[in-house]
Design a protein around this ligand. Structure first.
Ligand code: ASP
Length: 294
């Protein structure tokens, strides 16, 4: 057993300068400590990233789970995915309605089906049959996430608000995992699905690297997302840092903003973003815990 363990989480790159993110900072500090304690006590990377993302979803402070914004038809549709680097297996759900923790549905897809992605009504029915909590009263459950103004819900065309939550972890057995969950873009068309549930774009984990992305999904899809970082490292022999920066540069060239968290098996990690900020935190053995927004 290695002494090395790491957890990095994000609460999305949709940050507006000048707004008060104090509640988010306090929450990230609690969640990162809980995750670090779990890994220290031998929890798996897979269970830890699910725990982190579920905590962020349930809080309602971020654009995921309870903080998800309605689409242009007035409904909340969520996307989530999770990948276990040790098994090279992934699961995801997309355009799924009224589940408390879409990330737990994604893990069920990973562990209990031969599939990688379930969509819409089928995903919801599968999740509920397998014990996921449904939102009892959607009219009262959802709340405005921190840093988003009510006007932005009414006029999403004025500011393309968005957000996501994610986590990457390295456990003491050397296993990597990643998880990502989102309410997507505010005012999106019903049925629109972004990068978050797409394995290899919004989420990736293998034996060497775990990645979770956040930002304008269409730009990440065009840039190749997480797998582009892996390709740059594998074939181009780039470092993790340079590969992540270059993929984000391609996102910017596709007129997208956003960021990502990436962690390798040696415990090295990066948290770059090209937006005004990215809610983020990291912790691990021998590491000073950091919580930051801008
Ligand atoms: N990537 C998400 C999406 O496009 C949004 C975000 O990360 O802010 O659905």
């Amino acid at each position: 057993m290695s002494v090395l363990y790491r957890i990095v989480i994000h609460g999305g790159a949709g940050v507006s300068l000048g707004r008060d993110y104090g509640e988010v900072e306090s929450h990230l500090a609690v969640v990162i400590q809980q995750c670090s304690d779990k890994l220290e006590n031998g929890e798996t990377a897979l269970a830890t990233v699910e725990f982190a993302v579920a905590a962020l979803e349930t809080s309602g402070l971020y654009v995921a789970g309870r903080g998800s914004a309605p689409n242009s038809s007035g409904m909340v549709e969520c996307d989530a995915s999770i990948m276990d680097g040790a098994q090279n297996r992934a699961g995801g759900v997309c355009a799924v309605r009224d589940l408390v923790n879409p990330i737990s549905a994604a893990r069920l897809v990973l562990e209990q089906t031969p599939y990688s992605l379930l969509a819409g009504e089928g995903a919801r029915a599968f999740a509920i049959e397998n014990g996921c909590d449904r939102v009892a009263d959607p009219d009262t459950y959802y709340r405005l996430p921190v840093g988003v103004l009510a006007d932005e819900l009414l006029h999403p065309e004025l500011t393309l608000s968005h957000g996501t939550v994610g986590a990457v972890a390295l456990d003491r057995e050397g296993r990597l995992a990643s998880a990502t969950s989102t309410g997507g873009l505010f005012g999106k068309l019903a049925g629109r699905v972004g990068d978050t549930p797409l394995i290899g774009i919004g989420t990736w984990a293998d034996e060497n690297v775990a990645i979770s992305c956040t930002g304008i999904g269409e730009a990440f899809i065009s840039a190749g997302g997480a797998r582009d970082i892996i390709a740059r490292m594998t074939y181009g022999k780039e470092t993790l840092e340079s590969a992540a920066d270059n993929m984000l540069q391609a996102v910017a060239e596709n007129e997208g903003d956003g960021g990502l968290i990436a962690l390798d098996r040696e415990g090295r990690f990066v948290m770059p973003f090209n937006s005004d900020g990215m809610k983020r935190a990291c912790a691990g053995d021998g590491l000073k815990t950091v919580v930051a927004i801008t």
